[in-house]
Design a protein around this ligand. Structure first.
Ligand SMILES: C[S@@+](CC[C@H](N)C(=O)[O-])C[C@H]1O[C@@H](n2cnc3c(N)ncnc32)[C@H](O)[C@@H]1O
Length: 269
């Protein structure tokens, strides 16, 4: 599932976990730790500062999940995200039925104390995660955050961790993208060119020597968007310009749109 979401997954085999030093090194090479609420998440102590901890929180275990992992995370230098299970994703619905207090009012079970909560909600609960819901939720933000943060360059992460990125932390803790001078100069030229472009009238546009190519490009983009975008999707449009494709995305009924462009003049249009 995580692979399908675009992550590079590190699977910890039992032999790795038997060696605490080795396992701590593996966890430390990861930028994200994902797991259902439980003791396994204490491995978060080995995560590097700035990593993301994602806790899958089942029904009726909000308090314990938040108290054990959610609240301590910022103090450990981690970005914490929870994924709260809906009744339809929980095995408790088939176990107790949709009208049981654990489904309609899980707080009423939690308030009976840890022993009851543990017996009813914790040890009997399995998840069947709705991947579509997961992809549309804060996970999207989480991926973005990971990209922004990038990976620390270290010998251990070079052998075990994700591929090296050009993102590095500066002393203030912000990420910066390392690029050579010529890349910067070209990027500036492109940005200035597009920022300086004025809006064309319909006649001016039709008079363009490449109008047929533009129309072909637009047709191809419309077809691709209709084929691959689904109702409610979250879209990251890289090089969005002045939003020339917004109508196409709108027709596909997407739910959320973020556009990025290097030309300040285009995005502020
Ligand atoms: C031909 S326009 C297309 C704009 C938009 N997608 C549309 O169809 O209306 C190309 C855009 O790519 C942007 N661009 C070029 N290089 C970029 C980069 N490295 N990062 C982000 N945007 C970039 C330009 O600033 C320009 O707005």
């Amino acid at each position: 599932m995580m692979k399908a979401l675009g992550f590079r997954v590190v699977v910890a085999q039992p032999d790795m976990m038997a060696n605490m030093d080795k396992f701590a090194e593996i966890v430390n090479s990861c930028s994200m730790l994902v797991g259902a609420h439980g003791a396994g998440l204490t491995n978060a102590v080995f995560l590097p500062e700035g990593a993301v901890l994602v806790q899958v929180v089942g029904l009726g275990i909000d308090w314990i999940s938040n108290t054990y992992f959610g609240i301590p995370s910022p103090g450990m230098g981690l970005n914490y995200i929870d994924y709260k299970i809906e009744p339809k994703e929980s095995s408790l619905i088939s176990l107790y039925g949709k009208d049981h207090p654990v489904i309609v009012d899980p707080e009423s079970i939690t308030s009976k104390g840890y022993e009851v909560d543990r017996a009813v909600c914790l040890i009997k609960q399995n998840f069947n995660i709705d991947v579509v819901r997961l992809k549309r939720g804060r996970f999207f933000y989480c991926c973005h955050l990971e990209m922004k943060r990038g990976y620390e360059e270290s010998s251990s992460s070079a052998s075990l961790g994700p591929p090296q990125s050009k993102f590095r932390h500066n002393p203030d803790g912000d990420s910066q993208f390392l690029e050579d001078e010529s890349t910067k100069i070209f990027a500036r030229k492109v940005a200035d060119h597009y920022s300086a472009r004025t809006n064309q009238t319909l006649e001016e546009r039709e008079a363009s020597p490449i109008i047929h190519l533009k129309k072909l490009n637009n047709w191809i983009k419309s077809v691709l968007i209709q084929l691959y975008a689904h109702r409610g999707d979250a879209v990251l449009d890289l090089a969005c310009g002045k939003g020339g494709d917004l109508i196409k995305w709108d027709k596909a009924n997407i739910g959320y749109y973020v556009g990025i462009d290097i030309a300040e003049g285009s995005v502020s249009y």
